[in-house]
Ligand binder design. Structure first.
Ligand code: NAD
Ligand code: MG
Length: 390
């Protein structure tokens, strides 16, 4: 029995994870679930999976949840320390890190420091803390498996020996595919008028609102470039973004001998989730088999950095190093929230991120405390900018 903690159980990734787990009750047992606000959904999940512990965002939410599941043995708690506890508990083996944004950093890091098998969906945590996170994984002998579909595809397309000797593996480039989001073809001048509803309507994937907006600006791909850098130790100029609107190839690795290995599948996050849960074995995920004869043409293009300035900003942050990716991420989180609340326009997102990156001096990412201090500074600067636009 593998005992699992799901951080962010009520989100899109959390729900897909529970869907896969429910197909294999003999293999997996849910130790703990967390949610920020959606208490009723979490209560239903507790009823179905009977975890030992459930964690929510506030004392009030905890009281509400405790009432809803008073008949269950589940112990209810709230707050960041409780999240870190369920991530690091000796009663759990595997932690699905599926909280959105910087809020996931502390518990995800706690799981790594406790030497857990960490299934990483929460890309923002790795983008912010980069080397520090990878050092914690190594020092505490944690196992880090990517859930992001592209990184999971890259992981599957690399040889097992890659981690031991990347050079001998002969990797030439990592080809990170991107759907291009809902605005790949839209006239650039009209991007100023994009609404939150339009931005959240992704052509291929159903996801949480923050990552949907990130896909529309292509900041998501930018964050994924940084994520790929840390996961696979690849420098920025060996990571190439390829637009592939059909999202059938989830990413590729090209080798020095001219080979290109890819992972394909229907666009459904249950595939990478099942892959990481069972690794190195395979289990059924509920995703239908890919029928290539039913596919239209598969297309590939170079990204247009003028249409998607956020992608260029992320490459800049990666090349700048230190706390620059944390500043990029924090500014973006504030900007996306302001956009979703209709306080700023769609194109203000990239303007705001560029401005904050310019204004906040780069520092070395010497400690998590230093990273969090820069995150705070970037959030304050971003909030000021957003208030100025409103
Ligand atoms: P979502 O918005 O659907 O769910 C987010 C989850 O995090 C919810 O359970 C919510 O309760 C919890 N949460 C939100 N704010 C919190 C806070 N301040 N403290 C504690 N918990 C909080 O998001 P999602 O689409 O499931 O994405 C989750 C993560 O996975 C993101 O980092 C995203 O980039 C990544 N990801 C998602 C997909 C996808 O298909 N949805 C694909 C790849 C990567
Ligand atoms: Mg992805």
């Amino acid at each position: 029995m593998q005992r699992i903690t799901i951080l962010g159980a009520t989100g899109s990734i959390g729900a897909s994870t529970l869907d896969v787990l429910a197909r294999h009750p003999e293999k997996y047992q849910v130790h703990a679930l967390s949610a920020h606000g959606r208490v009723e959904q979490l209560a239903a999940q507790c009823r179905a999976f009977r975890p030992a512990r459930a964690v929510v965002g506030s004392a009030e939410a905890a009281r509400h949840l405790a009432q809803l599941i008073a008949d269950l043995p589940t112990e209810v708690d709230y707050g960041e320390q409780a999240l870190c506890d369920i991530a690091a508990s000796p009663d759990t083996d595997t932690v699905m890190a599926a909280i959105v944004g910087a809020a996931g950093l502390a518990p995800t890091l706690a799981a790594a420091r406790a030497g857990k098998k960490v299934l990483l969906a929460n890309k923002e945590a790795l983008v912010m803390s980069g080397q520090l996170f990878m050092d914690a994984v190594k020092e505490h002998k944690a196992t880090l498996l990517p859930i992001d579909s592209e990184h999971n595809a890259i992981f599957q397309s690399l040889p097992q020996s890659y981690a031991r000797s990347p050079h001998a593996a002969g990797v030439a480039r990592i080809l990170l595919t991107a759907s291009g989001g809902p605005f790949l073809q839209r006239a650039v001048e009209t991007l100023e008028e994009v609404t939150p509803e339009e931005a959240c309507k992704h052509p291929n994937w159903v996801m949480g609102r923050k990552i949907s907006v990130d896909s529309a600006t292509m900041m998501n791909k930018g964050l994924e470039v940084i994520e790929a850098h840390w996961l696979f130790g690849a420098p920025a100029d060996k990571i190439e973004v390829v637009i592939h609107p059909q999202s059938v190839i989830h990413s590729m690795v090209s080798y020095v001998d001219g080979s290109v290995l890819a992972q394909l599948g229907n666009p459904d996050m249950r595939t990478p989730i099942a892959h990481a849960l069972a690794f190195p074995q395979r289990i059924e995920s509920g995703v239908p088999q890919l029928d290539l004869t039913q596919m239209a043409a598969l297309q590939f293009y170079q990204p247009d950095f003028a249409r998607f300035p956020c992608l260029a900003l992320a490459f800049d942050a990666l090349r700048a190093g230190g706390t620059a990716p944390a500043v990029l991420n924090a500014a973006n989180e504030v900007a996306v929230q302001a956009f979703l609340e209709r306080r700023i326009g769609f194109r203000d997102i990239d303007r705001l991120v560029a401005r904050v990156m310019q204004d906040i001096p780069h520092e070395a990412a010497a400690s998590i405390e230093a990273v969090m201090a820069q995150d705070e500074r970037a959030r304050r600067a971003a909030a000021q900018f957003a208030a100025g636009r409103a």
